[in-house]
Design a protein around this ligand. Sequence first.
Ligand SMILES: NC(=O)c1ccc[n+]([C@@H]2O[C@H](COP(=O)([O-])OP(=O)(O)OC[C@H]3O[C@@H](n4cnc5c(N)ncnc54)[C@H](OP(=O)(O)O)[C@@H]3O)[C@@H](O)[C@H]2O)c1
Length: 283
Amino acid sequence: MNNTVCMVTGATAGIGKATAFGLAKQGATVIIVGRNGEKAEQVAAEIRQRVGNVDVVPMIADFASLEQVLNLARECHRRYTRLDVLINNAAVVTQTRQESQDGLELMFAVNYLAPFLLTNQLLDLLRKGVPSRIVNVSSFGYKQSAIQFDDLQYVHQFSHRQAYYQTRLAMVLFTLTLARRLEGTGITVNCLHPGIVKTNLSYNYMANPFFRFFEQVIAATPEKGAEPSLYLATSPDVAGITGKYFERKSMKPVSDTASHQGLQERLWEVSESLIEQYASIVK
Ligand SMILES: NC(=O)c1ccc[n+]([C@@H]2O[C@H](COP(=O)([O-])OP(=O)(O)OC[C@H]3O[C@@H](n4cnc5c(N)ncnc54)[C@H](OP(=O)(O)O)[C@@H]3O)[C@@H](O)[C@H]2O)c1
């Protein structure tokens, strides 16, 4: 991965931090995206010290603000002429309904719409880095979900589980639509389930203390959880493979819901309208 520029979102904890570490170890320049400047600086310094790779660069954006996502894309354009790998990993789980700075349900904003905007704003840099790769971290829980077009923001009958899984399904639908749109460009895009991994997110996901305890006992380490992201981002085995869903390192068929092209395109259109005022600013 020498001479490659890789961006990992949500790289200040859990799977994202382990992914950033793994990329730095392979010699890549790694952009660590975090919402907290101090924490991002600390993680970058820790990776630099452990790996001896000086090219670990913290960048700040709270994904609860589309303006900040746009500023992140601007900074990336200011500092780099190309991007080889983008790993959309950041996500949050909230037990109660919360809103982003743009008035959207927080998980929808952070886990789906922010990466939708960021990816679209970075496509020109990814084009300059071809063959380049986009890796979208999702969850196998996407299969338990639907896209609630009549209440996308879960204003009525909020269920943290359903709202979270909606964002994971949205990432799979986004992956498949984007892969179609990028066909023949040299940019591949795939999505994955990392396994059950011991992180802040998996801890917050379980409301019931018994299940929370049980899950934390069986969960894998973040290093193990990072393996599928690293595999899809770097392995020659998956060079040229696009529009696929992986559980750990195995390619799996997507659910009937996720493979519905009408649904994929409808979500894309709705997402575009939600980011309309932020689109086409970065070029
Ligand atoms: N853990 C599992 O068992 C599991 C299972 C299936 C899928 N996943 C997926 O794996 C990915 C990584 O999750 P994880 O388990 O590693 O979670 P995690 O340890 O909680 O890490 C989440 C990362 O996202 C960042 N983040 C949260 N809210 C943000 C915001 N508003 N703006 C910018 N960044 C924000 C966090 O920043 P801070 O450090 O500031 O909190 C952190 O760096 C997610 O996409 C998740 O859906 C995880």
